[in-house]
Design a protein around this ligand. Structure first.
Ligand code: TNX
Length: 882
């Protein structure tokens, strides 16, 4: 990251210095209580993972009956077993990201919110049992709306009392989600003007977006400058002779292994040859752009092969990536020699120094192999920061020596009444702690290996531990630690790192429904904990031979109501109950102290935008105290029409270096389109690859086309919003795609949401600002954007997606479902990324790779089914026209 003058500021943060010595002494004493790991009775008994004979059907019936306030759905329970379900003595647990407002019949069932997204359904007095073979419908009224399969409750399981004081736990795996097709089922409320993403809507959109048919750029992300000599080409029929300067050894070896993986033979030689089959990686004679050490030049010619010149290994790495992006598809598909390369001259350097992807491994854990696979594709597209969200309410994902409970308790989810052994289930993770992606963590060794793996690919890993909100996993882990030590007769040691005040009676609820997820700022042990974690994490970087680029402390979404009735806090102010001002004082104190702790470890502090704002006179204002470089806010909350669209520019103008993480364009966890079968949230709108691609970092209003409900936006709506000052352009460090993982349960889910959005991100992060973004007139701007997008989409469909289909084992990217319509008996179909294959059937069967290929309008009568296929046979979902 590039930060400006800050060493003095780091030193000026004297607040922490005195505290630090005490903390380090304290932290050296972090003790491990091995006996604490022994599980309590429940989990030990639960060895077999039993499946219930109950089934569940979820059917949304009406989103429109109460405007935006609530919707209705039927939850039907089927008894598919041979035994009756008893009238009492059982509880069904499940996860649901909505408030339940009413249950019918209310005399037979209770639905109770436990915490977060965790609910329980219990029989009431009027319930008389459910006979074998019978079903029973329960109507739920819940908050807002549900138009996506991702909104459905999940993770059902039943706990039955066995009558002898014991319990049985059975997962309910037979869960069916009913279709959502009517307006009542697909529209959020009467003001939802966003059309459903039907085959016809897609067809029209593809037509509009791709009106300017083009072949597209020869390379993505588009280089700063590139000329292609169409008249010539370079054919390499002999094994490559690869030369690299000593300091480019790593990059040379990387290139060698990439080529060899494609079946292209490479011989490493000691002198740069003058021949068609030469590849030479050399220091730049005269460097590219002044001040950029990421620049490179690349040229190819029949006479002297491939030449890449760079000032730094990083620049060389990007030159190597560009070469890999020029290698034709048939080579990636197993062609071997000869390799035909275009004849080009490239002079390139990135637009932004921060080109990031964020991955939340807390809500669901991603295995190290999946993270490496993400790192690989980031490197391929010249991204250079991986922001790992390593803790949240629902999980702690990094081993911290001396605090084993963080991972042994906070790194697991499963059924629990007391959370002394694991957290409760979230996001449908189910009752069994050892068999779901709600459980898991990186060992210290694995994390260090990840850091090295990323560094070899010129990617820095920014670790995030979310504080003081979104911190329930840490809080519960430290409560379990206190309990375990107390039971072992060492209460003092157990409380050393406590994050919660046991006497706190404050009432609050976080955005995600947690009632106890905020760290208490009034206890010294909170700061011992933070110092311990920062210290251990920075030690991991040092051991990897690296410097921690920043320590990200979250700081987002602290709910109203926190700390007010914590005796530890009220004592500090001598009041009965804290006032809003006193809570604000505590919040500022917490942020300042944490900043000091992080600074004392020699690291920049990063956080979500909330970290750099404060409340004053009932409003939110920029906190002036941490400008100048040591604190980096990541700005996210710019939902069109919510009034905070310009937060990034307020912060940048005040002197904060800013990373743009705008939800409307860069939240990869938001569904591609409004369609029940598209996974993901949609609270800030729908985010497809085009939304990412069209993002305009320096003036986000330039690409504000439609709000989250589908209403058109016009330029004049933003006249009173703050713009980035001309002399503050440098404060925009760059852009980052956010992949929150509430809906990322598998590696497939991860890459479905990440790809191809990541290609749009790379284009925006690396390539120069496109001309259309400067266009003052909105309609002109849109037409310029469509023109540019046509080329981008053509290149992505014809090359990049096909490359990702096989490269590195192949990626499960989202294969776009075809757009299609039948007009006057003629079927027409198209794709958002032209170049993949559309196949169709007319007999009602599922299209396969053997079905007829669509290559132009077809006369049809009756129903049609279509599907997109990649060269390896990966398929989109099926599209049906009747
Ligand atoms: C908001 S963005 C959050 C996350 C959620 C995300 C889901 C931010 C700083 N907080 O906790 O995962 O929305 O899209």
């Amino acid at each position: 990251m590039t930060y400006r003058g800050n060493q003095t500021r780091l030193k000026r943060l004297s607040l922490c210095v005195a505290m630090l010595a005490a903390m380090q002494a304290q932290n050296a004493m972090a003790e491990t209580l091995h006996a604490a790991a022994a599980p309590t009775g429940f989990d030990a008994r639960q060895s077999a993972q039993t499946v219930s004979e109950l089934g569940v059907t979820w059917q949304v019936t009406d989103n429109l009956q109460d405007s935006y306030n609530s919707f209705l759905a039927d939850l039907t329970i089927h008894n598919r077993g041979a035994a009756d379900l008893e009238a009492s003595g059982w509880t069904i647990y499940f996860n649901f990201v909505r408030d339940v407002l009413a249950v019918t019949p209310s005399d037979q069932f209770n639905v109770e919110h436990i915490n977060g997204d965790f609910f329980k359904l219990t029989p009431a007095a009027g319930f008389t049992g459910l006979k074998a073979g019978e079903s029973l419908k329960i109507q739920l009224k819940a908050s807002f709306w549900a138009i996506s399969k991702s909104d459905a409750p999940a993770g059902f399981y039943i706990v039955k009392n066995d009558g002898a004081g014991g319990q049985s736990v059975e997962a309910i795996t037979d869960v069916t989600l009913g279709a959502q097709t009517t307006p009542e089922q697909t529209q959020r409320f009467d003001g939802d003007n966003m059309p459903l993403d039907t085959a016809e809507v897609r067809f029209e959109r593809n037509r509009q977006y791709l009106a300017a048919a083009q072949t597209g750029p020869a390379l993505l992300p588009t280089p700063a400058s590139m000329t292609v000599n169409e008249a010539e080409s370079l054919t390499v029929a002999e094994p490559f002779k690869l030369y690299f300067d000593r300091r480019f050894m790593r990059e040379g070896r990387y290139l060698q292994s990439q080529l060899q993986a494609l079946g292209v033979p490479v011989e490493v030689v000691r002198r740069c040859a003058d021949a068609a089959n030469a590849i030479c990686l050399q220091g730049a004679q005269n460097s590219g752009r002044a001040g950029s050490d990421e620049s490179y030049q690349l040229s190819t010619s029949a006479a002297s092969g491939v030449r890449i010149a760079a000032d730094s290994p990083t620049g060389m790495f990007y030159g190597v990536q560009s070469l890999l992006g020029l290698i034709p598809l048939d080579t990636y598909q197993g062609g071997g020699l000869p390799v035909r390369l275009p004849v080009v001259e490239i002079s390139d350097a990135p637009r932004f120094s921060y080109r990031g992807m964020h991955l939340d491994v807390a809500r669901h854990f991603s295995q190290p192999e999946s993270v490496k696979k993400l790192i690989d594709v980031m490197a391929l597209y010249k991204l250079n920061k991986l922001h790992l969200h390593l803790s949240d309410d629902e999980g702690w994902r990094l081993e911290i020596p001396g605090l084993p409970e963080l991972t042994s308790v906070g790194g697991k989810r499963g059924h629990s009444e007391n959370e002394l052994d694991n957290l409760v289930p979230s996001f449908g993770s189910g009752p069994f702690a050892d068999s779901n992606n709600g459980s898991g963590y990186f060992s210290r060794r694995q994390y260090i290996e990840l850091l090295r793996y990323a560094a070899e690919r010129h990617i820095e890993v920014v670790p995030e531990f979310d504080l003081p909100g979104h911190a329930r996993a840490a809080i519960k882990s430290m409560e379990a630690r206190a309990k375990h030590f107390a039971e072992a007769g060492k209460p003092y040691q157990g409380r050393n790192f406590l994050l919660s005040d046991p006497e706190d009676k404050s009432e609050y609820k976080s955005v995600q429904g947690w009632k106890d997820n905020v760290i208490n700022p009034c206890m010294p042990t909170t700061y011992f904990f933070i110092d311990k974690v920062v210290g251990e994490v920075s030690r991991m970087y040092r051991q990897a031979g690296l410097r921690m680029p920043a320590f990200h402390v979250g700081a987002d979404e602290v709910p109203a109501g926190v700390w007010k009735k914590s005796p530890a806090c009220t004592r500090m102010f001598g009041s009965e109950e804290l006032s809003a001002d006193e809570v604000e004082t505590l919040n500022r104190f917490f942020n300042a102290t944490v900043t000091g702790i992080v600074a004392a470890h020699g690291t920049k502090i990063a956080g979500w935008e909330e970290l750099a704002f404060m409340h004053e006179d009932g409003g939110k204002v920029v906190n002036p105290h941490f400008v100048g470089g040591i604190m980096i806010p990541y700005v996210w909350n710019n939902v069109w029409g919510w009034g905070t669209e310009d937060n990034a520019y307020k912060l940048a103008n005040a002197g904060y270096p800013v990373v743009l993480a705008n939800a409307t364009n860069l939240y990869f966890d938001l569904a591609y389109q409004k369609a029940p079968e598209e996974p993901g949230y949609y609270w800030a709108g729908f985010v497809d690859t085009r939304r990412v691609y069209e993002f305009t970092p320096m003036d986000v209003f330039k690409a504000a086309w439609v709000d989250r409900m589908g209403n058109p936006l016009t330029d004049d709506m933003w006249n009173d919003r703050t713009r980035l000052a001309a002399d503050k352009q440098d404060m925009i460090l760059g852009v980052q795609g956010e992949l929150w993982s509430e809906n990322v349960k598998t590696e497939s889910d991860l890459f479905y949401l990440a790809l191809p959005k990541l290609l749009g991100l790379a284009e925006r992060a690396w390539s120069p600002q496109p001309d259309w973004a400067n266009e003052a007139d909105q309609a002109q701007r849109l037409s310029g954007l469509n023109q540019a997008w046509s080329g981008f989409a053509a290149r992505v469909g014809a090359y990049d997606l096909k490359r990702l289909d096989s490269w590195n084992g192949g990626y499960d990217f989202r294969v776009p479902p075809p757009g299609a319509r039948v007009a006057d008996g003629m079927l027409e179909a198209n794709l958002s990324f032209p170049g993949l294959e559309i196949r169709y059937t007319l007999d009602g069967s599922e299209p396969t790779t053997e079905s007829p290929l669509y290559d132009g309008p077809v006369a049809v009568s009756g129903g049609v089914k279509l599907k997109t296929f990649t060269p390896s046979g990966r398929a989109s979902r099926t599209v049906e026209l009747n």
